[in-house]
Design a protein. Structure first.
Length: 546
């Protein structure tokens, strides 16, 4: 191992918890066989409330469209084809089409695929037996079994999957993965009955209680600070509410359990609404992409079907999501969402981007300034680029990212937010925050950014304290908007209609073409505005006026 890579490992591992290290050590041991004892008896259970619907996956009896790419599920190899990205293979084993719109019309296709999966995945060494796809598949099969029915072979397999999952919980990862494991055990323990099923249920509920207490922050946000993963966890909570309603006898004090889960869902729903643009989709901070989780509107409708009151967008012009580190400003035709928080939990930064002090802006209901989004998880240059500071609307120093991202899901040294100040008074509204992510560089730079909101403008002031050779601030524009440079600055327009005029004091404004990634497998060309900050005069103000 090269010395640089060894240092990255050391700076990454020091943040991990002991249980993660033990879990990783366990995973290098030879995998045991599957336990094929007969399945426990079924428990009476009502059909679950209709979930937040996903986009259909199956486009034919054996053909699926996932992550923007179509492929066949025609042979045993296709469940774990090494020529396909790991995430595509994961999705092939989720069976998400069972909870997609129009699934009942594709019942024959889905039933045939379930039977084939049972026949063609007898070995627990394929990717489909990894704990995460196993967890999602268990929940989807249980839902399908309660509404459409499962064959005896599928029911036997479901029990085997639950046993295998119980023995292989994702302690090495924790976070949303462990919560998904716990939810699946609760679903399996509710679907079946008997001593073994009760043990699954108890373990699952114990983990659900513990993980939700840690993972859902005081402001309702999920602790990984990704609106996409927040949406997935909110879906998990709503699914558990639906399960309690369908099988109350499986739970101790079901009314209390439902009320507790419902209150968490309410807080998470309010957070999600605050982090949603007027186009009704999520802000793109950290790993976030459209289409991987149910939309905010679909989740709100699901909550209403379960008797919860779906939250409305905040009525105040300023909403500070203090625990998760985001600030929402609704100011006339502007909606701005600012990132002034940590990149995520110290022991779980796998879905973090180096996006500290980035921001997104919608104008008259249209997304204009954005972050770069996420289209790949596979290790490589493109994954690193999409996680880099340069792919976000913030400041890059000396070609480095504000947090030391590496590999596909790793972060060594991280930016820490400093000295957040929010002022909302007679003189206007301003938000200021610093971070120390560049303090690891020789010049030990501290970046401070201040957003000032006036009646018809936003001023974004960047101040850099320390030594540096190059500093570049970027504004990534939505592909619907074009940037035209002139002597006085730039005009940002949509179909020849001006949205913003942009000029910079203390920096040279230029533009270049880039790409925006609103979903997996999607890359759209866009314009980016850049301005360089002079090391001799390390302060620049970007004026955005309308």
């Amino acid at each position: 191992m090269k010395s640089k890579e060894a240092l990255l490992y050391a700076r990454t591992i020091r943040h991990l918890r002991a249980v993660q290290l033990l879990g990783r050590a366990k995973r290098v041991l030879p995998a045991g066989g599957v336990d094929r004892r007969p399945a426990p008896l079924r428990r009476p259970c009502e059909t679950l409330a209709r979930p937040a619907l996903r986009e259909p996956v199956l486009v034919g009896p054996t053909r699926a469209r996932m992550l923007g790419e179509e492929g066949e599920l025609l042979t045993p190899k296709d469940w774990d084809d090494p020529d396909r990205p790991a995430l595509w293979r994961y999705h092939a084993n989720y069976f998400d089409d069972l909870r997609a719109g129009g699934a009942s019309r594709r019942a024959k296709w889905n039933d045939d695929l379930i039977e084939r999966w049972v026949d063609e995945n007898s070995s627990a060494r394929t990717i489909g037996w990894d704990p995460y796809p196993t967890s999602l598949r268990i929940v989807n099969w249980v839902r399908w079994g309660l509404s459409q029915g499962l064959s005896e072979a599928a029911i036997e397999s479901l029990a085997v999957q639950a046993r295998t999952l119980r023995a292989n919980l994702e302690w090495h990862i924790l976070g949303n993965h462990l919560l998904a494991n716990a939810k699946a055990l609760v679903f399996a323990g509710t679907f079946f009955r008997g001593e073994e099923a009760e043990a699954w249920h108890r373990k699952g509920m114990s983990l659900v209680r513990r993980e939700l207490a840690e993972q859902v922050l005081a402001d309702g946000g999920h602790f990984e600070r990704s609106p996409m993963y927040h949406s997935l966890v909110l879906e998990d909570v709503l699914d558990l509410v639906a399960l309690v309603r369908a099988a109350p006898k499986a739970f101790d004090r079901p009314d209390e359990v439902e009320a507790w889960l419902g209150s968490i869902a309410d807080r998470m729903g309010a957070w999600l609404v605050a982090m949603t643009h007027p186009d009704r989709d999520i802000a793109l901070f950290n790993d976030a992409a459209f289409g991987q989780a149910p939309s905010p509107a679909a989740l709100a409708e699901y909550a209403r079907r379960l008797g919860r009151t779906a939250p409305e967008p905040p009525g105040e012009r300023l909403t500070s999501l203090e625990a998760s580190g985001y600030v929402r400003v609704a100011h006339g035709p502007i909606l701005a969402i600012l990132d002034v928080g940590e990149i995520g939990p110290k022991y779980l930064p796998g879905h973090a981007h180096a996006d500290t002090l980035s921001f997104e802006v919608s104008f008259d209901g249209r997304r204009v300034i954005t972050n770069g989004g996420t289209s790949v998880y596979e290790q490589g240059d493109e994954r690193l680029r999409q996680r880099s500071t340069a792919a976000h609307s913030t400041v890059e120093i000396d070609g480095e990212s504000s947090s030391e991202i590496w590999s596909s899901f790793r972060v060594a040294r991280r930016a820490e937010p400093l000295d957040l100040r929010i002022e909302d008074g007679a003189e206007g509204l301003s938000v200021a925050c610093s971070h120390d992510g560049y303090k690891r560089l020789p010049g030990k730079v501290i970046h401070r950014r201040t957003w000032r909101f006036a009646d018809r403008s936003i001023d974004v002031e960047d101040t850099l304290t320390g030594r540096f050779d190059s500093a570049i601030a970027r504004l990534h524009l939505h592909p619907d908007f074009d940037a035209s440079l002139g002597e006085q600055g730039a005009v940002v327009a949509h179909e020849r209609r001006t949205a913003f005029d942009v000029r910079v004091d203390g920096g040279q404004l230029t533009s270049e073409r880039g790409t925006w990634h609103p979903g997996f497998g999607r890359s759209l060309p866009n314009d980016q505005l850049l301005y360089r900050i002079d090391p001799a005069e390390p302060r620049a103000t970007c004026h955005i006026a309308w």
